[in-house]
Design a protein around this ligand. Structure first.
Ligand SMILES: [Ca+2]
Ligand SMILES: [Ca+2]
Length: 193
């Protein structure tokens, strides 16, 4: 028996067995479709530039009347997902402890907070002592919403920020602030929406 005939016999036997078990087979219409290659991949949230350890200002040896300005800083989303940007602030005084009591964060004022070039300080509720000015002490623990950043490459994937301030000259002696210093830490977080 040639190999073709052997194969033919095998097929016939199988068909018979099916008929015995199932009690009969019937033809039917059917249709199958497939979808392959379905993947789920996580996108990224990546705020740039990396600011770890870099200061926006470092002003030793100041006196009443001095001003400071961070210059315009750009923060960008370098990731593939949009996010909401916040800025956390902490303020820490070091009291020189000479000439009476008082620390710099009581008197140094933030005079401008520019977001994309628009002065936005008054849009935040920061003047908790209703003095008419935002002193550094009022920023300690503040969390400011700076808006959304689109995914990298889309319109609105970056924001510019600039902070200005002043150590006001009160017109009278402010010797209680001699030798004092104050540190302001900014922490920016871009969080997925
Ligand atoms: Ca105030
Ligand atoms: Ca002091």
């Amino acid at each position: 028996m040639g190999i073709k005939k052997k194969l033919g016999l095998g097929v016939a036997s199988l068909a018979m067995g099916a008929a015995l078990v199932g009690g009969g087979t019937f033809a039917y219409f059917n249709d199958t479709e497939s979808s392959t290659g379905n993947t789920f991949a996580a996108g990224t949230i990546d705020l740039k530039p990396e600011l770890t350890g870099s200061a926006l200002w470092n002003l030793p040896n100041q006196q009443p009347g001095a001003t400071f300005d961070t210059g315009t800083q750009t923060l960008s989303n370098d990731g593939t997902l949009p996010g909401d940007l916040t800025m956390d602030l902490t303020v820490a005084d070091t009291d020189g402890a000479i000439n009476g009591t008082g620390v710099l964060s009581d008197v140094i004022e933030i005079t401008g907070l520019y977001i994309n070039g628009t002065e936005s300080l008054s849009t935040f509720t920061l003047d908790s002592d209703s003095s008419g000015a935002v002193e550094l002490k009022e920023l300690n623990g503040a969390k400011l919403d700076l808006g959304s950043l689109a995914a990298k490459g889309s319109a609105g994937d970056s924001v510019t920020l600039r902070v200005t301030g002043e150590f006001p000259d009160s017109g009278s002696p402010q010797n209680q602030y001699q030798k004092d210093s104050v540190a302001v830490d900014f922490t920016f977080e871009l969080k997925q929406q």
